[in-house]
Write a protein of this length. Structure first.
Length: 371
């Protein structure tokens, strides 16, 4: 994202309620981009000490009234159930000119509650699609929102100028703004976020607990299993509210998945596995047409596959070859690893020309390049 050179913000004082991984990342991103913006955090004292040490906030408090005093932007970065609890309390302390937003993964119920608490239209629902499996301000990062989709769910009560102002502020933090109505957000999130989480949990429990043989031999689980179940490592606590407040939409998505799997089961039972090839082709087509930008980049990247031998210093050698030529690796992913032999990496570069140059240099340096 091309950034302007100025570092002033239309929000001079920001209050972040809940300085965890999302709230902390917002604070770090704001301080990195807008050095003159004063950020106040509200949380437990131990969390505030860590946030202050990391530079995510300028001031910390345990009192809501103190946190929002004089703020022109308040960001609710707490679990969903806590957001509901804070909305009416917050309405008592702020002026109609203070913008309030949240980062909750469920939007329809929050927005409806917020409209009642802020009839002047100074609440705009938000959801940064930049979740991580880690938690706490220790895991916060100023680049968490860089090129990440940040959904805003304004209503007819919100002045369009206020929506534009807030969207512009978030874009300066690196985010890409998507405007959706709250209900549509919850429908989509149930399929592309909440359902994958449940699927990862179910698959992990089947292989590691239900299945009699595989649970004793999980060391055989290869990259595919690890990729599919990565988000099963998410903190369970954050999902309790999401599953509760978006249960209707999640059940609809679950029904669709169960129906799809039931079809596969029926075909396998009838020994018609060849009929499943159509489903594989459909899935492959859909998956391959998801833009590369969905991984956090605005433009498609050009990839090079490199095999790296399992020897000390090989990764350092690889990066040194490219660094010497001033070639920047935009993304790196370990695809396969075999202990004692090596691993296969996908390196991504900004263009085909750069990737071709990188491949030639690495091949000359003795690395095996995939075709």
């Amino acid at each position: 994202m091309k950034k302007s050179n100025f570092t002033s913000s239309s929000f001079r004082r920001v209050a972040i309620i809940g300085v965890g991984v999302i709230g902390g990342s917002l604070g770090l991103a704001i301080k990195r981009r807008f050095r003159s913006t004063y950020v106040v955090g509200m949380d437990r004292r131990d969390v505030l000490r860590k946030a202050l040490k990391r530079g995510a906030i300028d001031e910390g408090t345990t009192r809501l009234s103190v946190a929002v005093d004089g703020a022109d932007l308040v960001l609710l970065a707490t679990p969903v159930s806590v957001i509901f609890a804070f909305l009416p309390k917050l309405a008592k302390f702020i002026s109609p000119h203070t913008l309030v937003s949240d980062v909750g993964s469920v939007k329809d119920s929050i927005v409806h509650a917020a409209v009642r608490c802020f009839p002047g239209g100074n609440f705009i629902g938000g959801h940064p699609m930049a979740g991580v499996e880690l938690s706490g301000v220790e895991a916060a990062h100023p680049l968490l929102f860089e090129n990440a989709v940040y959904v805003l769910t304004p209503t007819r009560h919100n002045p369009s100028s206020l929506v534009r102002r807030f969207a512009g502020f978030l874009e300066e933090l690196g985010a890409r703004i998507a405007i959706l109505d709250a209900r549509t957000h919850d429908e989509v999130a149930s399929a592309v976020s909440h359902l994958p989480q449940l699927t990862a949990v179910a698959l992990t429990n089947v292989a590691g607990h239900r299945h009699k043989s595989s649970r004793r031999h999980l060391r055989l689980a290869a990259g595919g299993f690890r990729d599919l179940t990565r988000i099963a490592s998410s903190k369970p606590e954050i999902w309790k509210d999401i599953l509760s407040y978006n249960s209707d939409e999640i059940r609809k998505s679950l029904d669709l998945l169960i129906r799809e799997l039931a079809t596969y089961r029926k075909l396998l039972k009838g020994r018609r596995s060849s009929s499943l090839i159509t489903n594989f082709r459909t899935a492959r087509h859909i998956r391959n047409n998801i833009p590369k930008s969905m991984k956090g980049f605005l433009h498609p990247l050009a990839e090079v596959t490199v095999f790296v031998h399992d020897q000390p210093g090989m990764i350092a050698k690889l990066t040194a070859v490219l660094a010497k030529a001033k070639i920047n690796i935009k993304d790196i992913e370990l695809m396969k690893v075999r202990e004692g032999r090596g691993g296969t990496f996908h390196l991504a570069f900004e263009s085909r020309e750069v990737s071709a140059h990188a491949a030639a240099l690495l091949r000359k340096a003795g690395f095996e390049i995939g075709e």
